[in-house]
Design a protein around this ligand. Structure first.
Ligand code: HEC
Length: 224
């Protein structure tokens, strides 16, 4: 075999090895990392929120107190079942409305993203595997574009009242934003006030659940 004939052969073998390596890194390795982390159901997430009394649970209670008529009509009481129902409905509408076209759900370990999307002192960590081992992240909602901010730590960023106003009309809280308003998540109550409807309460619960597992000083911080 001449020298030049050997060269393409080495490149071919190296190419195949790199291919196998990439394959290993992208599916086999994650499988090993995830194998001991339980895949949580929505009911597990609800039980956890209640047991730990997370900020998401407090926000759900706050929705029930602020919009009693709608809450009672669509969700009944504040309990694990109604919380799980709200999460499911919220997640479904987040997907259906294509929120993921403009928002990612992952704080990446590059470019100081923890400063930008984590909340220093409250949640200064990059995303980690167990955050995504649940039904609401199958398939994952990591997103590809960031026209708006990352949302995986949203519970620590704005309070629930801000979210209500922003969802109805983003311009009211964020002048100049290109996020569209979502008035079909709202309806009128008996007094004619504009209040979140079934899917609105669901979506708001879902948004405030994102990152609630990282929000340590819960409600007081979130309400500032
Ligand atoms: C066309 C792109 C676009 C779409 C679609 C979109 N958003 Fe946004 N969103 C933005 C932009 C830009 C901002 C930042 C300015 C602002 O506060 O409105 C934002 C901000 C937000 C914030 C506040 C984030 C923060 O930390 O300040 C939340 C929460 C949010 N969006 C939720 C949603 C939800 C839920 C949906 C789907 C129902 C959605 N967005 C759809 C562009 C979008």
């Amino acid at each position: 075999m001449g020298k030049m004939e050997r060269f393409p052969f080495i490149v071919l073998v190296a190419g195949l090895l790199f291919f196998l390596f990439a394959d290993f890194v992208s599916w086999a390795l994650p499988m090993f990392v995830l194998k001991d982390i339980p895949m949580k159901k929505v009911s597990d997430l609800a039980a956890e929120a209640k047991a730990k009394n997370t900020s998401a649970w407090a926000d759900f209670e706050r929705l029930a107190a602020s919009y009693p008529e709608q809450f009672k009509k669509y969700y009944g009481e504040v309990n694990e079942e109604s919380f799980a129902k709200a999460l499911k409905i919220g997640h479904r509408w987040y997907v259906a409305e294509g929120c993921w076209n403009c928002h990612s759900q992952m704080v990446r370990p590059v470019s100081n993203e923890t400063l930008r999307f984590g909340i220093p002192g409250v949640s200064n960590t990059v995303s980690y595997p167990s955050e995504f081992q649940n039904e609401l992240q199958a398939p994952v909602l990591w997103g590809t574009k960031r026209i708006g901010p990352d949302l995986i730590r949203e519970a620590a960023v704005h309070n629930i009242d801000w979210q209500v106003a922003h969802l109805y009309n983003p311009e009211s809280t964020s002048p100049g934003t290109n996020m569209p308003g979502y008035p079909w998540f709202f309806e009128k109550d008996e007094k004619g006030n504009i209040v979140p409807n079934e899917r609105g309460i669901g979506l708001l619960t879902y948004i405030m659940w994102l990152g609630s597992w990282e929000v340590k000083p819960t409600k007081e911080w979130a309400l500032k």
